[in-house]
Design a protein around this ligand. Structure first.
Ligand code: FUB
Length: 454
């Protein structure tokens, strides 16, 4: 826990001033959709009416991709994202020692399988596979050794309609292997997909890489068309795609989806359909202090053309429209946010995650909260080893209508939890809700686990 606090403190210095400057009384944009840490290489999966996104965790101040864990966020409405913490760590692959890079998770056999590139102790990049009986993990190493190893990266996994599963990966080449039903072994040998210019476009000025394919393959099938999306034309990368008539091609080059934008020289995509909409996930360097090694995951909504081709998708700070609303009259996790400023998250002693490291002026935005005819009280689960503080409940912005203020006492410990309740007046209709934290002094005020209106 203390280690988390130190990490958080370092992160805080990187984030807090620019975020504070950006946030004075304004309604925030919602991309990047994770603000508490730097994140990259998003891998979305739809499960039980939610979108879960596995991602890397870029270290603050890093000058290389020396990442050590993966994080998971989920949403039911594409606007408010719940932090699930760390479902899998590099340390779980005991045969690996660095580079916790781009993962993807898939469900089969009532289990969830987590594929990721890591650096094997022998110095070569390899792909490990983790397994868990729940999507949120924790995942454990399924094999105790690499699933495949050829010093190439970026696995993507796809199960075809006939039940055959494929693992693809590669940089600089592009490979696939047929996975067995158990998803942790394979049949035959890894096979190289021919990188032809007809299949993957023409790159100029790089004799070693004559096609645009660089890395980050993402394979799926939609309405009978096989798609392979990839990071292309390094560096800076853009995102391109090809389509095929089978899971193993042949592939036909289709062009650019997302042009080079956004202040990161890498990009890495994931695509899903959810609630009859299509979503494109990617990363950029858009958070304060961001760049090529401090990246942030984002998402855009898009519509396929009628022939199945994909339109050009630009990076935005607005992100997708919210699907439906958020119900404030059931327990909501404090770590579910459309935007936050200044805070970090940690493992809660009561299970799950809590919001911690809260300073005076930090805030959380929850988008599209359906109060209906009105709320009369608010309860929050809180803890404080310091002297506590206040949760000011605003509508519309951090300085919008104040509908209530809850006092948080000292509870004698950062994980010594109590429930506080305060009266609320004027919260009705559907509103963007802002919890603005207050307190005296310069230290942390309190922790915040969950909340509910009545
Ligand atoms: O995040 C590390 C590497 O950068 C990924 O594996 C690549 O796809 C690129 O995004």
């Amino acid at each position: 826990m203390e280690g988390l606090k130190i990490t958080s403190l370092l992160q805080r210095f990187a984030y807090i001033l620019p975020l504070a400057l950006l946030s004075i009384g304004v309604v925030k944009a919602d991309n990047p959709f994770v603000q508490t840490i730097y994140t990259a290489d998003p891998a979305p999966i739809v499960y039980n009416d939610r979108v879960y996104v596995f991602m890397d965790h870029d270290n603050t101040g890093a000058t290389y991709y020396n990442m050590t864990d993966w994080h998971l966020f989920s949403t039911a409405d594409m606007a408010n994202w719940q932090d699930h913490g760390v479902p899998m760590s590099l340390a779980n692959f005991t045969w690996a020692n660095a580079n916790a890079w781009a993962p993807q998770v898939i469900s089969r056999n009532g289990q969830f399988y987590f594929y990721a590139p890591v650096r094997h102790n022998d110095g070569s990049m390899a792909i490990g596979v983790g397994v868990s009986s729940t999507i949120t993990g924790p995942y454990h190493d399924a094999l105790g050794k690499p699933l495949v190893e050829n010093n190439e990266i970026d696995p993507t996994v796809f199960i075809d309609d006939d039940g055959q599963a494929y693992l693809y990966w590669g940089n600089p080449d592009l490979w696939y292997v047929k996975l067995n039903q158990d998803m942790i072994s394979y049949s035959g040998s890894p096979t190289q997909i021919p990188l032809t210019t007809a299949g993957f476009g023409t790159r100029t000025g790089n004799a070693q890489r004559p096609t645009t394919f660089e890395e980050a393959p993402w394979v799926y099938k939609r309405n009978g068309i096989y798609y392979i999306i990839y990071a292309a034309d390094c560096c800076s990368e853009d995102i391109r795609y090809s389509t095929g008539t089978s899971a193993t091609g042949p592939w036909t080059y289709r062009g650019v989806i997302m042009p080079t934008q956004g202040g990161s020289f890498t990009n890495h995509e994931g695509i899903i359909d959810f609630q009859n909409n299509s979503y494109f996930f990617y990363h950029n360097g858009a958070l304060p202090g961001g760049g090529g090694y401090q990246r942030s995951v984002c998402v855009e909504q898009f519509t396929y053309n009628s022939d199945g081709t994909i339109p050009t998708i630009e990076m935005t700070t607005a992100g997708p429209s919210q699907i439906g609303t958020l119900n404030p009259y059931v327990r909501q996790e404090a770590e579910t946010a459309a935007w936050s400023s200044g805070v970090s998250t940690e493992v809660s002693s009561e299970g799950g995650i809590d919001v911690g490291y809260i300073n005076n002026g930090d805030y959380i935005k929850v988008k599209g909260v359906a109060f209906g005819s009105g709320a009369h009280s608010f309860s929050a689960r809180v803890a404080s080893a310091a002297s506590g503080g206040t949760i000011a409940i605003h509508l519309g912005s951090t300085t919008g209508t104040l509908v209530g203020t809850c006092n948080v006492p000292s509870t004698g410990g950062w994980q010594t939890w109590t429930t506080v309740t305060c009266s609320v007046s004027g919260a009705s209709g559907t509103q963007d809700l802002y919890f603005v934290f207050g307190g005296s002094g310069t230290g942390y005020l309190f922790n915040f686990d969950y909340w509910q209106f009545a």
